[in-house]
Every structure is written in structure tokens, then in C-alpha cells.
Ligand binder design. Structure first.
Ligand SMILES: [Zn+2]
Length: 442
């Protein structure tokens, strides 16, 4: 079968295990799958040919943890007493927002945040939605917004018992219903999500793990993001957070622990032995002043670490840069973590979190054709095989993303969304946000 897409003459960073880079390379795809990657060959009979001369070609970046509805809070001035610690950030900002959300907000934020991530070079997100008054139908609304943009998404309802146990049961049912409704969807899949160890009892955690295993989907949980989680568990059962999750059977190769800021060596051992992964959110951790996750140690122990944004800044390049600097500052060691490790986190590391490394995370034959083309015209120093990883972390931003291909189809062309318009998205998103803001002020 002839290729339907060929991208040629670009500097191809495959992101494979060996770190293969082609200074003037090509990538071809057919039926959404990569059929070839290598040095450029001018002769092609493909239907669609993209000339990427002067550009850098990378795998679609993976956002390993996000909250799409966070986009509706951009610029909101909330009439609240300023929080002085993380528990108050949840109590005064996020939990009132969760309660005010509607299914329409879930759709509008998915549309807007997916567009923001895709334009900035991310082709897959893993989202957890939290809205106790908009449970039923929320995941389908999120999927609809995401499909309209053409991005990949792993979608979940975040269960919590902070109001009552019934709320968590309804969240679990919404997750199961949604997962069962997905039939061979190429872009959207589902997972199970528990808000955090300190907002759920043992019973619902065990039940959720059972359902996740039964439906063979990943399970995610915010883990010791703030000290409130750790202290709650120590007080309730004398266990640290990861110790409790281990006792309840949460840890395993299909488990993604978000944050892991306050974890000690024993907890890191438990994570490593279980094969669980970690979604690191450095910008959000700085924003909420919760501390620094021991990521360099986790990487040394062989734990798969992906990079998330936790619903704040959706540009993966900003998140990569922050991941590089936060660990150097925290350790006082300017070599604490390398640009290669950071790029790996945003690509194959993220794919490994969700057991998708055979499908996504690098540009290799047989994987899905999720490809990002960056315009190298404004790079001020030589752009070569040797310098390109440095440029990906030090120079490029999401604004340099020129084209984005998802599943072999172009979804961003010359910085414009192909399937829908920026104007439409802004209109829907502003309408939803302004109504949410006025509900929050009541
Ligand atoms: Zn989160």
C-alpha cells in the first residue's frame, strides 16, 4: 500500500531508545501508522508531502497528567481569603470550582484545553475530571470536545468521598459506563481515577482497583502532592501514602501516581518494585508551593516518569524547561538532570506511564504517526544533530510548533487548527468561563 503521508528534509529526532537523530531525514505513514523513518529520499509517490526543510521533527509530546477544566480559571479573580498552604488551595480554590462545574463546562474546557495543548505540540493527554454536581455525561462531553480538535485523550472521572460515599460510587459508575461505551475509538480511551488517598476510604479504593483490573485500564491517583495527604495517612493508619496504596493493592504496572512530592526511600522502593509510574508536574508544584518531587532518584531506580501540567500551563516546552531547572535548584547540582532525560520524560516516559510505549512516544516504524514539526527559522545558533536536544529544552517554545499530525492526519497546519477554528473555541470557552466565574462569586 502506498504511503499517504511523507514528511521530508527535516532534522528528525526519533526519541527512540538509542536516541537516533537524522540531520536530513524523512518519516512516512500509511493508515495512521509510521511506515518508515530515515535519511531523506527525494522520490516519493505519497498523496500528501510536507517539506520540513529548516524544521525539527519530533514525536508528539505526551501530557501525562492534566485537568482540562483548569483552563476556565485563567485570569479569574476569586473573592477568597488567600491560601497559606496546599490544603487551603484545595478548600478555597479547587473544591468550590469542582462544585460549580457543569457538563457544558466539561465540554468547553476539553475543547479549549485540547486545542491549547495540540497547538503547543502535545498529542496525548491523560485527564481527570472532578465535578460532584456534573458527574453523569461529563466524560462523553470531554471526549466530544477532544475529538472536535483531533487530539488523543485518556479520560477519567476523579472519585472522592469528600462529601459522601455516594458521590464516589456515582463517579465510579460514570467511569465504567464511559469505558464500556468506547468501541475501538482511535483517539479516546478511559481510565480509573481516585482523587487522593486522603479523600477516600479503603473500601472504595479496593473496589476501584478491582474495576480497573477487570476493564484492563490504567488507574491514577494524586499521591502525596501536599503534606496533608501524608499526615492524614500517618494519622489514620500509621502508614505513609504509598505504603497505604500498596496495602490496598493500588500499585502495579498500570498505575500512575501523580506528583509523589513527599515520598521517602521506602516508598520509592515500593513504586519501583511494583512497576508503577509517576507523573511529574513541576510547574504546578511550584505554583502551589508543595515542594519538589525526588525525580532524579526515581529515574535512577528505573521508575518510568512522565511529564504533566496538572491543569495549569499547557505548553509542554515550558513544562520541560521547568523540570530541568527545578531539580538543579533543589539539589544545588547543575547536573542533577539532563536535557535528554527531560525530553525522554515528555515522550517515551509518558507513553510508558500508560503502557503505550509500543504505540507512542517515539518515531519508529509500526507506531502511531503522532508527529510534531517545529519551525527552526528563529533558532539563533546552529541547529544540528549535536545541538538539537539542547534547543528542544533551551530554545523552542510551543509557539514554534508549525504542524501537528495525529494518527497520520494533519490536525495543525501552519499554526492553525485544521478541524475547527480558534474563533469558535474562544467563543465557547469564554462563554463557559464567564458563567462559571459569576457562579463562583455568588
Ligand atoms: Zn492533578
Amino acid at each position: 500500500m502506498p504511503d499517504d503521508l511523507v514528511i521530508q528534509n527535516g532534522l528528525v529526532v526519533t526519541g527512540d531508545e538509542r536516541g537516533t537523530i537524522y540531520e536530513r531525514g524523512y518519516i512516512s505513514s500509511s493508515n495512521g501508522m509510521i511506515t518508515g523513518v530515515g535519511p531523506s529520499d527525494q522520490s516519493t509517490s505519497a498523496e500528501h508531502v510536507i517539506d520540513a526543510a529548516g524544521c525539527v521533527i519530533i514525536p508528539g509530546l505526551i501530557t501525562a497528567h492534566t485537568h482540562l477544566y483548569g483552563i476556565l480559571l485563567r485570569g479569574a479573580s476569586l473573592n477568597i481569603e488567600p491560601p497559606t498552604d496546599f490544603a487551603q488551595v484545595l478548600q478555597r480554590v479547587w473544591w468550590p470550582v469542582d462544585e460549580a462545574l457543569t457538563v457544558e463546562d466539561a465540554y468547553a474546557s476539553a475543547l479549549s484545553a485540547s486545542a491549547d495543548m495540540l497547538r503547543n505540540g502535545s498529542t496525548l493527554y491523560a485527564d481527570t475530571y472532578s465535578g460532584p454536581n456534573s458527574i453523569e455525561g461529563s466524560l462523553e462531553a470531554i471526549a466530544r470536545g477532544t475529538r472536535e480538535v483531533g487530539m488523543r485523550g485518556i479520560v477519567a472521572f476523579e472519585m472522592t468521598e469528600r462529601h459522601n460515599p455516594e458521590e464516589a460510587e456515582r463517579g465510579l459508575r460514570e467511569g465504567i459506563r464511559f469505558i464500556k461505551s468506547l468501541k475501538q475509538d482511535t483517539l479516546i480511551s478511559g481510565m480509573m481515577s481516585i482523587h487522593a488517598s486522603f479523600t477516600v476510604g479503603d473500601e472504595i479504593v479496593i473496589k476501584t482497583v478491582k474495576e480497573a483490573r477487570k476493564h484492563n485500564v490504567p488507574i491514577t491517583v494524586h499521591t502525596s502532592e501536599g503534606l496533608v495527604d501524608l499526615y492524614h495517612n500517618l494519622e489514620q493508619s500509621g502508614e505513609r501514602t504509598v505504603e497505604r496504596l500498596d496495602r490496598l493493592g493500588v500499585l502495579g504496572p498500570k498505575t500512575v501516581l501523580a506528583h509523589c512530592v513527599h515520598v521517602n526511600d521506602h516508598e520509592i522502593d515500593l513504586i519501583a518494585k511494583s512497576g508503577a509510574s509517576v507523573a511529574h508536574n513541576p510547574m504546578s508544584n511550584m505554583l502551589n508551593a508543595v515542594g519538589v518531587s525526588p525525580v532524579p532518584t526515581m529515574l535512577k531506580r528505573g521508575i518510568s516518569v512522565g511529564l504533566g501540567n496538572d491543569g495549569w500551563i499547557y505548553d509542554p516546552f515550558e513544562n520541560m524547561r521547568c523540570a530541568l531547572t527545578i531539580h538543579r535548584l533543589a539539589s544545588g547540582n547543575p547536573s542533577a538532570i539532563s536535557p535528554e532525560q527531560i525530553f525522554r520524560m515528555a515522550t517515551l516516559g509518558g507513553a510508558r506511564c500508560y503502557n503505550l510505549e509500543n504505540r507512542l512516544g517515539s518515531l519508529e516504524r509500526g507506531k502511531f504517526a503522532d508527529i510534531v514539526i517545529l519551525d527552526g527559522a528563529k533558532v539563533p545558533t546552529p541547529l544540528t544533530k549535536e545541538s538539537v536536544i539542547g534547543h528542544l529544552i533551551n530554545t523552542f517554545t510551543g509557539n514554534d510548533v508549525r504542524d501537528v499530525i495525529v494518527n497520520g492526519t494533519q490536525k495543525v497546519e501552519n499554526k492553525k487548527l485544521v478541524l475547527t477554528s480558534d474563533e469558535h473555541i474562544t467563543e465557547v470557552s469564554r462563554k463557559s468561563a464567564s458563567s462559571l466565574w459569576s457562579r463562583l462569586k455568588k
